[in-house]
Structures are given as C-alpha cells and as structure tokens.
Design a protein around this ligand. Structure first.
Ligand code: AMP
Ligand code: MG
Length: 486
C-alpha cells in the first residue's frame, strides 16, 4: 500500500559517531489506537492507507521494501544539572520524510524496542504516557506553540512492566528535527577536538538555516537563532501556564519545539513555584524558573560552540557570554510584550509593568486560576455589566486596567481582538487529562480522550455547553503529581 512517505534520511550523512543503525522490533499484533488524520494531511501522507492494520504494523517495525532505514541517535545531556551519556534508548529515528508542501520532518518511533543506548531499559513504552503525550503535544499545537507532534499511537499488543503490567504502545512523533542541546554536548564531550561539533553545527545550519550556509558569521548567527527560538518558546509556555517539568538539556530541541512530555502539566491556580513532577524534589524546573533554566541550557549549548565562535578562544568566550546574556535581555521584553497581549494593551506605557506585577501578586495571594483569570478579563469586555465575571479580590485592579484599556488607541475593540488570540478558553486541565487516560488505558473507552482532544484543537474558540472543560480541578483533590513515562 502506498502511504506516500518520501524518505530521505540526511542524518545518515553524518559520521557514524552520531548514530547506530537499528531496526525496530517487529510487533505483528500491533493495532492503530489513535491516528492523527489532519497531521497526516499536512504532511502529504495517505491517511486512509495509514489508518489501517497495515499502517499499524508499519509503525510497529514491519518495514516494506524501499522503506525507511531507521537509526538510534546518540546524545548526552545534563539531567538535573548532572552530565551523562544518553541516546535514543526507547526511540528511533524511523526516517526523514520530505513533505510536498511543508518541508522535512523526522518521523520518530517511541517505544519501538531496545537500541545500543537502552542501557538497562526495555526500550518499550506504556500506553498511558503515550496517550498523554498525544493529548498534550496536540494541545500545544492547538495553542499555537512550537512543538513536536503526534501522528499516531499504536498498541503493540504486548505487555510492558513498570510498577505493574501495562499495555505497550508506540508513539509516532513528528519533529522538524531531533537535534538537542544534548546532541551538541555529546559531540563536544565524546570526541577529541571540535570536528564533530562542527559537523553537527554544519548539519543543523544546512537543515534549519539554509540561508546561513557559507556565510562567515554562520555559527554566531546560528547560536543567535537557537536562542531566539527558546525565548519565543518559553514565552509561550509562560503565556499558557505550562510547566515542562524536565528541562534537561537532552529535552531542549535546537529548533525551539517543545519536546518530551513526560511529567509536564498545566498550572491551575497561579503559583510561580508550581512543580508537578514527582522527581523534581528541588523544584529546579518550577514554573517561574523555566526562563533561567532555558538560559542555563543555552549556556551549555554555547560552550560546545566555543571553537567555532572565534579563532581566539578568549574572544570566543566573550562572544559566548554575550550571547548567553542576550537571552535575559530578550526574554523579559518578550514576556512583557506577551503579557500586554493577554491584557489587550495595544501600546506600551511605563505604568504597564507595575500593573502587570500587581495582577500577578493578586492572583497569587488569592490563589486565582491563571488561565481563567485572563479569560474572565476577556469576557468582561464581551458583555454588558462585564465586571460581574471578575473575582471580588480583583475588582480594584480591574477598574484601573479597564480605564487604561478604554483610553488606549483602538480602545476596547482592539484589546478584545488581542486578548481572544492570547488567552485560551481551554487548556488540558490535569483532571480532564487523567479522566481521559483512565477511561482509555483502563477501560478501552477512548471517547473522553477524543472529545477532549477535539476541544483542544481550537482552544481559543468558546463552545456552548462545554463549561465542564473550562473549570480547574477541584481544590480538595490535593496537589497534582506527574511521573516520567519510563
Ligand atoms: P527521558 O526521560 O525520556 O528524557 O529519557 C532519558 C533517557 O532514558 C533517554 O536516553 C531515553 O532513551 C532513556 N530511556 C527512557 N526510558 C527508557 C526505556 N524504557 N528503555 C530504554 N531507555 C529508556
Ligand atoms: Mg528525553
């Protein structure tokens, strides 16, 4: 059957140092549990052909003649600040697909069996965490946030053993590439001299920044773009209250796509110290620390590029330091600009920063729901007597803000336009995600999951009768805890 993949795996052109050719385990009992037909369409694939038993087996290791030549990628990384060798232990680059209209994409299989990098792991993935990644990655896409995506979740028909027996699954992940900060760290740490980092940087520039090829300042400019992409990404995360939870350097893609959705979750009540992950005991990856961690990770990235930034290493260090600092110059500006859109402010005023920080203090002290606070502000402008949707504690602040909006150019109409695009009505609320997952992996009932995913496809569009999906989880349910899907 013709799935319409156009394979062209350029990663094989890198030195063998960077990967190990690996075939996925064949899992003949595989069946398609989730198929993302709209993504398949965007990629120019034959959705009808793929969404079939044959398609499921194809994603579960049954490679036809002329099919892809998979490989496991080598990478290292700082996990909670400790450097270690990693690599694709339960994932594979199945191949690179060149879509007719939207460029080159990695097609990755997560949970396809052991590789040279599996160490003691089984190379498998359990269904629950893969369904979770499907929900969240597609929600991120709906929210307009750069992200790896999920083309399919395939049930392998095999058991995997975690604390208990679970159903095995393979997630088909789609990304602009899987080049991580950790891939650069691997090249710098495990090969003497700068040759491998240079190979990798040239590959990345070729693949993602073709206009820089052959230019003298390409490595500096490449670094600048990687930094800019992270500024953009983290600003988006902060906009919607997303806590990644495991911002290790191997989980930071140089494309600026969100990647690795293990313990991530969305914050309900506003608290900058929010941590969900059970293993993040020191709150290293708390909500408000994400910008500084991104900068820390970028500093690790820049260190690997030192030999290329300048022939004089003192000068290279100066450039790297300046680049690292540039994150903390650009990020606060981007964040402020983002907050202005959330509040519908069309023109900057000096007083805005104070107003924004007052709002955050109030949200924090009153334990207000982050997203629903901005949603209430948006709604207050859509209806007469709008201030009734504003929580009591926020009334004083609200009047100041409302006066400010009335007085600005474009007034309330312009504000409302901005706000409706920046403040989602729906996010993947933790209790809704859990509900969907327990129905799907517990009882084989996928309806709640499909319904939730459907709403999250267009999270800025209000739908009547869907109030249930707007509400934060019950306060008495205790703190939400997430676990890595390993
Ligand atoms: P992650 O927590 O997904 O970022 O993974 C960290 C590292 O552990 C990566 O090198 C993974 O490939 C590896 N890993 C995670 N789970 C497994 C598994 N079940 N089998 C083999 N390797 C794994
Ligand atoms: Mg990872």
């Amino acid at each position: 059957m013709n799935f319409c993949f156009r394979w062209d795996t350029t990663y094989r052109g890198l030195p063998g140092f960077f990967y190990k050719a690996t075939r996925p385990d064949a899992m003949p009992a595989a069946r398609m549990l989730i198929f993302n037909a709209s993504l398949a369409g965007e990629l120019g694939l034959n959705a009808d052909a793929l969404n079939s038993p044959e398609g499921a087996r194809f994603f579960a290791g049954e490679i036809p003649d002329g099919g892809p030549e998979p490989l496991a990628q080598a990478y290292a990384g700082h996990q909670f600040a400790n450097f270690t060798m990693l690599g694709d232990g339960r994932a594979l680059l199945y191949g690179e697909h060149v879509s007719p209209t939207s460029g080159r994409f990695d097609i990755h299989l997560k949970g396809a069996g052991q590789t040279a990098f599996s160490r003691r792991g089984d190379g498998r993935a359990a269904l629950g965490p893969m369904l979770r990644e499907y929900i969240i990655s597609e929600a991120m896409h709906g929210l307009g946030i750069p992200t790896t995506r999920t083309l399919a979740v395939v049930g392998t028909g095999e058991d995997v053993y975690r604390q208990e027996i679970q159903q095995g699954a393979i997630l088909v992940r789609v990304a602009r590439s899987h080049l991580r900060v950790g891939t650069f760290e691997y090249a710098a740490a495990f090969h003497k001299g700068p040759d491998m980092v240079r190979e990798l940087a040239d590959y990345a520039i070729n693949r993602h920044h073709e206009d820089l090829v052959g230019t003298e300042s390409r490595y500096c400019e490449f670094a600048r773009r990687v930094i800019a992409a992270q500024v953009d990404l983290i600003t988006h995360w902060m906009r919607v209250g997303f806590v990644h939870g495991v911002m290790n350097t191997d989980n930071m893609a140089i494309t600026g796509e969100s990647i690795d959705f293990g313990p991530c979750a969305f914050m309900d009540r506003y608290d900058p110290a929010t941590v969900f992950s059970s293993i993040d005991r020191d709150a290293r990856y708390a909500f408000a620390r994400q910008p500084e961690i991104a900068q820390w990770n970028l500093a690790r990235f820049l260190e690997t590029l030192l030999p290329m930034l300048h022939s004089d290493q003192d000068e290279a260090l100066r450039i790297a330091n300046e680049l690292a600092r540039s994150f903390m110059v650009a990020y606060p500006k981007a964040w402020l600009g983002m907050m202005r859109t959330k509040l519908g402010l069309t023109e900057p005023l000096d007083a805005d920063e104070r107003m924004i920080s007052d709002l955050h203090s109030q949200m924090r002290s009153s334990r207000l729901d982050y997203n629903n606070t901005f949603l209430a502000l948006t709604r207050s402008m859509e209806q007469d007597g709008g201030d009734q949707v504003i929580p009591e504690e926020l009334q004083t602040w609200y009047q100041t803000w409302r006066d400010r909006v009335r007085a600005q150019s474009g007034g309330e109409t312009a504000a409302l336009n901005l706000m409706k695009r920046s403040n989602p009505v729906y996010i993947p609320r933790n209790h809704l995600v859990e509900e969907a997952l327990s129905a799907a992996s517990g009882k084989g009932d996928f309806d709640p999951l499909f319904k939730l995913s459907d709403i999250l496809r267009e999270p800025y569009a209000w739908r009547s009768g869907m109030e249930y999906y707007e509400e934060p989880g019950p306060v008495d349910s205790g703190p939400y805890r997430t676990f890595c899907g390993t």
